[in-house]
Design a protein around this ligand. Structure first.
Ligand code: ZN
Length: 250
């Protein structure tokens, strides 16, 4: 088994294409996506199209927001959600094409367990919405509660757009500090795979991981950020700030 795990694409099809091309060279047998395929970015339809044949698509808070209500979204994210919603019901597309995109979003589940590994978008306690921030390692009560909700020895998540390993003894290991590899052992861990389409750890390259059942390899892929920014410029609704943050990966 050799699985690529991606998350938080956020309508950035240029980044997703670069990541899928990279995965294609890495001899993987499956690709799992942990959610937030859409929201923020200018190409939600293209991203859903690219994800529809993946082996797993989990629901993120942005898919939940499009399907139901944008709970806890700031005004800029809310604008993007309303625009994204319209894009999935484009009058210029056929009814079947629109329906296929909504069906994919509607079919996403909030968690997946396989081989004693939990896959979620956000956290074991609240799989769609709860953030597990790097700073939370100092909030031992929160971390205890999150690990108490984890029934498996290992969990993969996304949502904060910051890759790394959270251990049950309150450590956060950034990929750079562990040679971009983590061998799963006795400690229970939550491994954040980072973000394909909107990294926030100061490195603008797309992030994802490869997991072979024992070892997690953190990957970064350079994509044409300028091309995505151009897509934002052609769009009069999405806030410019969402484009500019891609340059610095913040
Ligand atoms: Zn996200």
């Amino acid at each position: 088994m050799r699985r690529a795990i991606i998350s938080d694409i956020h309508g950035n099809a240029v980044a997703l294409e670069a990541v899928l091309a990279d995965i294609a060279t890495k001899d993987c047998d499956s690709i799992y996506c942990l959610g937030d395929v859409i929201g923020y970015g200018p190409q939600p339809r293209e991203c859903l199209e690219l994800c529809k044949d993946l082996q797993l698509n989990l629901m993120g808070n942005h898919e939940e927001a499009v399907l139901f209500e944008p709970i806890g979204f700031n005004p800029k994210a809310r604008v993007a959600i309303e625009w994204t919603k319209e894009q999935l019901t484009l009058p210029s597309a056929t009814r079947e094409e629109n329906r296929a995109l909504w069906d994919l979003v509607g079919s996403m589940v909030d968690r997946h367990v396989e081989d004693d590994v939990l896959y979620v978008h956000a956290s074991p306690r609240e799989p769609i919405r709860e953030y597990v921030f790097v700073s939370d390692v100092r909030n031992t009560e929160k971390m205890d509660e999150i690990f108490a909700a984890l029934e498996q020895p290992l969990c993969f998540n996304g949502h904060t757009h910051t890759a790394g390993v959270f251990t049950e003894d309150y450590q956060f290991l950034p990929p750079g500090s562990i040679g971009n590899r983590y061998k799963v052992g006795d400690k229970r861990v939550i491994i954040n795979v980072g973000s394909v389409g909107q990294p926030r750890d100061g490195d603008p390259r797309s992030s994802y991981v490869i997991f072979d059942g024992e070892t997690v390899e953190f990957q970064r892929v350079k994509y044409d950020v300028e091309k995505t920014i151009q897509k934002f410029r052609e769009n009069s609704t999405l806030p410019e700030y969402l484009a500019l943050r891609l340059i610095e990966g913040r």
